[in-house]
Design a protein around this ligand. Structure first.
Ligand code: SF4
Length: 488
C-alpha cells in the first residue's frame, strides 16, 4: 500500500496530475529552491527556541522509527515534541513541527511557516495533520500556524517572542469526513494510470506556481491565451478555442487584458499612441535622474530598524542627464561590508548626489518609492530628502503599460526585461554575469552570510556594478526611443 504524506495530500487537492507525477515520474521532479529550504530551516530553528525544552524526533517522518520515538516521547512529561510523527493504519502519515502538551490529556499542533500570514494551503496541510493524529488516538485540542510577524521591528538582539505570531486556525480546518474522502480519492489517483493532463491558468498557479509547468505547458506557444487574458477568462477561452491566439474569434478578443495586444500579434505591427507618450514626456523636468535599486529581503531581520522580509537596499545606480542631448553622468553605491546595514551609506550617497530639482525616473515606481518610504520611516533623520525624491518620481513603466508603445515580441508584458530587447535589441542581459534582480539578491545574500571566497566576492561586485548600471542605462535608452518617436 502506497503511503500518503502531507505534501501528497496538498498536491492531490491542487492537481491530480501533480500528485501522480510526484509518485510515478521522478524524472520530472521540480528543481528544489535551496534558498527557500534554508529560510524554512532557519525559521524552524528559531521557532524551537521560542518553544524551547522539547524532545526532538530524530528519525525521518517516513521511517517507522519516527513513530516509535514519538510514542515514547508522548509518555514522558514533556511540554513540546519537535517533528512528532504518526501514521494511520491506512498509511496516511505526517510529522508536525511542534506538538504541545496541554497537560490535561490533550495536545496542540503548532506548524511553523516562514510566511508572514497563514496561506490557504497551510490550512489544508494542517487539516491533514489533525486528521492523522486524531485517527491515531491523540486528543488534539487546537491547531496553530506560527508565522513571522511583519510588524516586528528589530532593535538590538532578536526578540524571539515578538518575531513570531501564533494564529489559531482550529475553526478553519477541513473536518475529518472531508479529509477521509480526499485521502480515498488521492489513493485512487495514485493507484491508477496516468491521467490526461488538464492545464489551467488558475489551477497551475493556485497556492504557488506549479513546478511541473515545464512539462505540462511545454506545447503552449510563447505568447498564448494565457498571456493575453486574465485567470478564469483565459481558462474558459482555452477550453473552447485552445491556446493559439490565431484561433480566437474577433468578438472574444475584447476580453483581453490590454486592448490591441492580440491584434498587434496577429498583424505583427507595433502599437504607437503618441498622446500617451507625449503626456509622459510633458511631465518630465530636467535634469533627469535615472534611479534603480538592488535589494535583499531577509526573512529574519538582520539589522536594527528592519522587519521580516523587508527589502533592504544595498546598491543604487544613478544616471544623470542635465540637459536634452547632454552628456550622461553615472553615480552608484554598492555596499562592501557584510557585517553592517547597507542603508545608511546608500541613503547618504543618494541624497548628496541627487539635487533638488528635476525628475527622478524609475521603472516600476512602486518598488523604488516603497523602499524610500520605508527608509524614511526607519531613518527619520533623512525622511525629508527621501520623501522629496519620491515626490519627484516618474514611472517609465507607465507609457509602456498603457500601450503608448508596444511591440508584439513583448508577449503581453511591459516589464523592462521585455521592452529593452524589443526596442533596444543591442542591449541584452543575456551575456551578463548577473541576469536579473533575483540573482543579484541571491549573490549578495551569500556575501552577507560569509559564504563566498574573496575571488567570488570580487567577481560578484564587478557583476553587480555592470548589472545595476545596465538597468539605469536601459531607462536612458528607452526614453530616447520615446523622444525619437515624438520627434517624427
Ligand atoms: S502544471 Fe498544472 S496541470 Fe501540470 S501538474 Fe502542475 S498544476 Fe497540474
Amino acid at each position: 500500500m502506497l503511503k500518503i504524506s502531507k505534501s501528497d495530500y496538498v498536491l492531490g487537492i491542487k492537481c491530480p496530475n501533480a500528485l501522480w507525477f510526484k509518485k510515478h515520474r521522478k524524472d520530472l521532479s521540480p528543481v528544489i529552491d535551496q534558498a527557500v529550504l534554508d529560510t524554512g530551516n532557519m525559521v524552524g530553528e528559531l521557532a524551537r527556541s521560542r518553544f524551547h525544552g522539547g524532545i526532538n524526533i530524530t528519525a525521518k517522518p517516513w521511517e517507522a522509527e519516527a513513530i516509535t520515538q514519538t510514542k515514547s516521547a508522548m509518555t514522558e512529561n514533556v511540554h513540546y515534541i519537535y517533528e512528532a510523527t504518526l501514521e494511520t493504519d491506512t498509511g496516511a502519515y505526517c510529522a508536525v513541527d511542534i506538538l504541545r502538551n496541554n497537560n490535561d490529556g490533550s495536545w496542540d499542533i503548532i506548524e511553523v511557516k516562514s510566511t508572514t500570514s497563514p496561506r490557504d494551503y497551510h490550512l489544508i496541510d494542517a487539516s491533514f495533520q489533525r486528521y492523522v493524529f486524531t485517527q491515531c488516538g491523540v486528543n488534539i485540542r487546537n491547531c496553530y500556524i506560527l508565522t513571522l510577524n511583519p510588524e516586528y521591528s528589530r532593535h538590538g538582539a532578536l526578540d524571539i517572542y515578538e518575531l513570531f505570531t501564533l494564529h489559531d486556525i482550529t475553526d478553519n480546518l477541513q473536518d475529518a469526513d472531508t479529509v477521509q474522502s480526499e485521502v480515498a480519492r488521492i489513493r485512487t489517483i495514485l493507484d491508477g494510470p496516468e491521467l490526461g493532463i488538464a492545464i489551467s491558468k488558475v489551477k497551475c498557479n493556485r497556492f504557488y506556481e506549479c513546478g511541473y509547468k515545464r512539462h505540462c505547458w511545454r506545447n503552449i506557444p510563447e505568447y498564448s491565451v494565457f498571456d493575453a487574458f486574465r485567470g478564469a477568462t483565459a481558462d474558459e477561452i482555452y477550453a473552447e478555442y485552445g491556446a493559439d491566439l490565431r484561433n480566437i474569434p474577433a468578438e472574444v478578443r475584447n476580453k483581453q487584458m490590454h486592448q490591441g495586444d492580440i491584434e498587434a500579434f496577429l498583424d505583427n505591427v507595433d502599437v504607437i499612441n503618441k498622446d500617451i507618450l507625449r503626456n509622459f514626456t510633458n511631465n518630465l523636468r530636467w535634469p533627469l535622474y535615472y534611479l534603480d535599486y538592488e535589494s535583499i529581503m531577509p526573512a529574519v531581520p538582520m539589522f536594527d530598524n528592519s522587519r521580516p522580509y523587508q527589502q533592504i537596499c544595498f546598491q543604487f545606480s544613478l544616471h544623470v542627464q542635465r540637459t536634452p542631448g547632454g552628456e550622461l553622468e553615472h553615480y552608484e553605491y554598492l555596499h562592501h561590508d557584510p557585517k553592517t546595514d547597507p542603508r545608511p551609506g546608500l541613503i547618504k550617497n543618494l541624497i548628496t548626489t541627487i539635487d533638488n530639482t528635476g525628475s527622478v525616473i524609475v521603472y516600476n515606481q512602486g518598488f523604488e518609492q516603497g523602499r524610500n518610504s520605508e527608509m524614511a520611516r526607519d531613518f527619520p533623520e533623512y525622511a525629508g530628502q527621501l520623501n522629496a525624491i519620491n515626490d519627484r518620481m516618474v514611472d517609465l513603466l507607465m507609457p509602456f503599460k498603457k500601450r503608448g508603445l508596444y511591440r508584439p515580441c513583448q508577449n503581453g508584458s511591459a516589464s523592462i526585461k521585455q521592452t529593452l530587447p524589443a526596442f533596444v535589441p543591442e542591449m541584452s542581459y543575456a551575456d551578463m554575469g548577473i541576469h536579473n534582480g533575483t540573482e543579484a539578491s541571491a549573490q549578495f545574500v551569500d556575501f552577507m552570510a560569509g559564504k563566498q571566497t574573496p575571488d567570488e566576492t570580487k567577481q560578484m561586485m564587478t557583476n553587480l556594478h555592470e548589472y545595476c548600471g545596465q538597468d539605469t542605462m536601459a531607462m536612458v535608452r528607452l526614453l530616447e526611443v520615446i523622444f525619437n518617436i515624438l520627434s517624427k
